[in-house]
Design a protein around this ligand. Structure first.
Ligand SMILES: Nc1ncnc2c1ncn2[C@@H]1O[C@H](COP(=O)(O)OP(=O)(O)O)[C@@H](O)[C@H]1O
Ligand SMILES: Cc1cn([C@H]2C[C@H](O)[C@@H](COP(=O)(O)O)O2)c(=O)[nH]c1=O
Ligand SMILES: [Zn+2]
Length: 196
């Protein structure tokens, strides 16, 4: 018995801050443009770091137009029959509904490209990312350069007033180099983590 060929995948691009996740999403968007594919880019409105305009922005200031949303379900009204792909950045900030939405969109034949932090500043799995990673057909795990060792950085260090943020710090603090730096496993510090 032959099955008809149908497109539709989940691709996750993860890693710590400064690893190049947003640049990679922008690269894939550019290739979709060359392929004359219809796509939309979404990001949580909470991410207002480099721009208040509707766009995703990399630390190197590359940009791509995006739709700003508060909740994952706001993606659904934008899904039209002619859409080929959906790109979602900062997925760690979304509610768990994004997991089912990503799966349904891939089942419907869309290419779903998701960028997000696999770990929070404590080094622990972040929001819906573990499930998205489990469901994805393709996973790209990027590394940055550790500012302490020059080794591949797989973690994000949060620094508050010049000191490593404690385990009890809030999960969400939007920011860039004023609060965060990429670090390798053995250079990552989380005071209070052992007593959790
Ligand atoms: N320590 C670092 N290691 C790697 N890239 C860095 C570092 N610090 C700053 N950058 C910049 O960050 C860019 C990646 O930005 P971006 O794609 O926004 O990353 P992410 O979305 O993973 O946080 C790099 O191309 C580089 O210009
Ligand atoms: C580790 C960590 C990060 N954040 C925030 C900081 C930034 O606004 C985004 C990550 O952006 P990037 O594109 O990956 O550079 O997430 C946070 O709120 N909590 C954390 O633990
Ligand atoms: Zn990013």
């Amino acid at each position: 018995m032959y099955h008809t060929y149908k497109n539709g995948f989940i691709e996750v691009v993860c890693g710590p801050m400064f690893a190049g996740k947003t640049e990679e999403l922008i690269r894939r968007a550019k290739r979709l443009k060359y392929a004359k594919q219809h796509y939309l880019v979404f990001k949580p409105v909470i991410d207002n770091r480099y721009s208040l305009k509707p766009e995703i922005v990399s630390h190197s200031l590359l940009t791509e137009n995006a739709i700003l949303i508060k909740e994952a379900s706001e993606i659904l009204p934008y899904i039209t029959y002619d859409l080929d792909a959906v790109i979602i950045d900062e997925a760690q900030f979304f509610d768990k509904a994004i997991i089912q939405i990503a799966d349904d969109l891939a089942d419907r034949g869309l290419r779903v490209i998701i960028g997000g932090l696999d770990r929070d500043f404590k080094g622990e799995p972040f929001g819906p990312m573990p499930e998205l990673l489990a469901l994805a057909e393709f996973v790209t795990k990027l590394t940055a350069i550790c500012v302490k060792t020059g080794m591949p950085a797989t973690r994000t260090q949060r620094i508050i007033d010049g000191k490593p943020a404690s385990y009890k710090d809030p999960l969400i603090v939007v920011g860039a180099t004023e609060f965060y730096e990429p670090r390798a496993r053995h250079a990552h510090e989380v005071p209070g983590k052992d007593e959790k």
